[in-house]
Design a protein around this ligand. Structure first.
Ligand SMILES: Cc1cc2nc3c(=O)[nH]c(=O)nc-3n(C[C@H](O)[C@H](O)[C@H](O)COP(=O)(O)OP(=O)(O)OC[C@H]3O[C@@H](n4cnc5c(N)ncnc54)[C@H](O)[C@@H]3O)c2cc1C
Length: 388
C-alpha cells in the first residue's frame, strides 16, 4: 500500500503558477469586483452555474475568454496557468460565468484539437467573442454513469446525418446555441464504447425540442433535449467517426480538474469568515482552519493537473481523485457552517449569510453528481491504482 500511495502523490508534481499568469490577477479581480457591485451573495453563490450573457460578453471584450486559444482564432495565445488564474478569480468572487463556461472550458479545446480548419474558423472566434454558448450532451435517461450505453443515434443519409434520441440533465441547453453530443453512429448499445461519435448540433434546427427541468432550488439550470429526425450536414461530425469515446475522455480531464471542483461554497465560506471576525470562538476558528487546511492542498493538486494538461497529458485518474476529494469539501462547508450557526443561538447571523447558506444546503448534494458521481470516480481511481 505504501508504494501505491507514493505513486499517487508522485502524480501531482509540485507546480508553481508562473509570474506571467499571476500578473493577470489584479486586473481581472478589479474588473470582476466592479461588475459584481451590488450583486447579493446568494446570487453570487451560483458561481459557475449563474448564467448572464451580458457579463460573458463584457468579459470576452477584455480578451479573457479563449485565453489558451491561438490568436489566429481570436484567442489570447496564453497558457493553461493564465486560464487557471482567471477562472480562480471568477469563482472566488462568484461571477456568473455559465453562459461561456462550457465553450471556454471544453468545447473550444475539443474543436481546436479534433475539428477541421473550417470548424475552427467558424466556432472558435465566436466563442472567444462571448457570442456562442455550448452545452454538453452526454447523459441520457438510462445512460448517466454508464455513458457507453448511449442510445441517441446518428444515421448516415445523403449529404449528412439524421439524429434521433434524447439527452437529459443538459446544463443550460435552453440557453445555448450548440450542443456537443455523444451519439451512436454504428452498432448497438451492447457494443459499448465502439461506434460512438461526437457532433456539433445547432439547437435551433427543426426537430430539436428543449424542455427546462426545475431543480429543488426553483432554478432551471438544466433541460431534457429531444431529437426527432434532426438533419445535420457532414460538417456536424467533430473528430473521427467512431472515436467519440476517446474524445469524450480527453474532455473529462478538463471537466473534472479545475478550481470549480473546490470553490462552489467559497462565497459562503468568505461570508462566514467575515462574520467570525478577528476573535472567533475556538470551535469556529478550528473549523475555519480545517477548511483552509483542506482547500490549500486541493488547490495545489488542481494547479499540478493544470501543468500536466499544459504538457499535453490527459490525467484522467488524477482529475477523478481531485474531483472526488474537492467536491467532498465543497459539500461539507455548508453543512458544517449550518452546524456552527446552530451551536451559537446567542449570535445573530447576517440575513445574507443565512440566505446563501439556505441556497447551498439545497444545492450541495449535486456537487458530487455533476461531471460524474463519487462511486464512478472511486471506481476509476481504484482502477488507476491497479486495485481492480
Ligand atoms: C447539476 C447537474 C448538472 C448536470 N449537467 C450535465 C450536462 O451538462 N450534460 C450531461 O451530459 N450530463 C449532465 N449531468 C448528468 C450527470 O452527469 C449524471 O447525473 C451523472 O453522470 C449520473 O448519472 P445518472 O443521473 O443517470 O445516475 P445513475 O448512473 O443512474 O446513478 C445512480 C446512482 O447509482 C450509482 N452507480 C451507478 N453505476 C454504478 C456502479 N457501476 N458502481 C457503483 N455505483 C454506481 C451512481 O453513483 C449514483 O449514485 C448533470 C447532473 C447534475 C446533477
Amino acid at each position: 500500500m505504501a508504494t501505491t500511495l507514493t505513486l499517487t502523490i508522485h502524480n501531482f508534481p509540485p507546480t508553481v503558477i508562473p509570474a506571467h499568469a499571476e500578473g493577470l490577477r489584479a486586473e481581472v479581480k478589479a474588473f470582476i469586483t466592479h461588475q459584481l457591485e451590488g450583486v447579493p451573495p446568494q446570487t453570487r453563490a451560483k458561481t459557475w452555474t449563474g448564467f448572464d450573457a451580458a457579463f460573458s460578453k463584457a468579459f470576452a471584450d477584455r480578451g479573457w475568454i479563449g485565453l489558451t486559444l491561438p490568436k489566429e482564432y481570436g484567442g489570447a495565445g496564453l497558457d493553461a496557468f493564465s486560464r487557471f488564474v482567471v477562472v480562480e478569480e471568477l469563482l472566488a468572487a462568484g461571477a456568473p460565468v455559465a453562459a461561456h463556461w462550457i465553450g471556454d472550458r471544453q468545447s473550444a479545446p475539443l474543436i481546436l484539437h479534433y475539428g477541421t480548419d473550417a470548424q475552427r474558423a467558424f466556432f472558435l472566434p465566436q466563442i472567444c467573442r462571448g457570442e456562442l454558448f455550448f452545452c454538453i450532451g452526454m447523459s441520457e435517461p438510462n445512460s448517466g454513469s454508464d455513458l457507453a450505453s448511449v442510445r441517441t443515434r446518428a444515421d448516415r443519409v445523403e449529404g449528412g446525418w439524421k439524429i434521433n434520441g434524447q439527452k437529459i440533465w443538459t446544463t443550460y441547453a435552453h440557453q445555448s446555441h450548440y450542443m456537443i453530443a455523444l451519439v451512436r453512429t454504428s452498432g448497438t448499445s451492447e457494443d459499448r464504447q465502439k461506434g460512438l461519435s461526437q457532433f456539433l448540433i445547432d439547437l435551433s434546427l427543426p426537430g430539436v425540442t428543449i424542455n427546462p427541468i426545475t431543480m429543488g432550488t426553483g432554478d432551471s439550470d438544466f433541460s431534457e433535449v429531444f431529437f426527432d429526425d434532426v438533419m445535420l450536414g457532414e460538417d456536424a461530425l467533430v473528430g473521427i467517426e467512431g472515436n467519440g469515446w476517446q474524445q469524450v475522455n480527453a474532455e473529462l480531464a478538463f471537466e473534472r480538474s479545475g478550481p470549480e471542483r473546490i470553490y462552489s461554497s467559497l462565497v459562503l465560506l468568505d461570508l462566514w469568515a467575515n462574520m467570525l471576525g478577528d476573535d472567533p470562538d475556538p470551535a469556529d476558528a478550528a473549523r475555519l482552519g480545517k477548511f483552509v487546511a483542506r482547500l490549500a492542498p486541493l488547490r495545489e493538486m488542481s494547479v499540478a493537473i493544470t501543468g500536466l494538461l499544459a504538457q499535453g497529458q490527459s490525467p484522467l485518474n488524477e482529475a477523478a481523485l481531485f474531483k472526488d476529494l474537492g467536491t467532498e469539501v465543497e459539500q461539507q462547508i455548508p453543512a458544517e457552517i449550518a452546524d456552527a450557526i446552530a451551536a451559537r443561538p446567542d449570535k445573530v447571523a447576517d440575513p445574507d449569510l443565512l440566505r446563501t447558506l439556505a441556497f447551498l444546503m439545497q444545492l450541495n448534494h449535486v456537487f458530487s453528481l455533476r461531471g460524474g458521481t463519487r462511486e464512478i470516480l472511486r471506481g476509476m481511481i481504484a482502477r488507476g491504482l491497479g486495485l481492480r
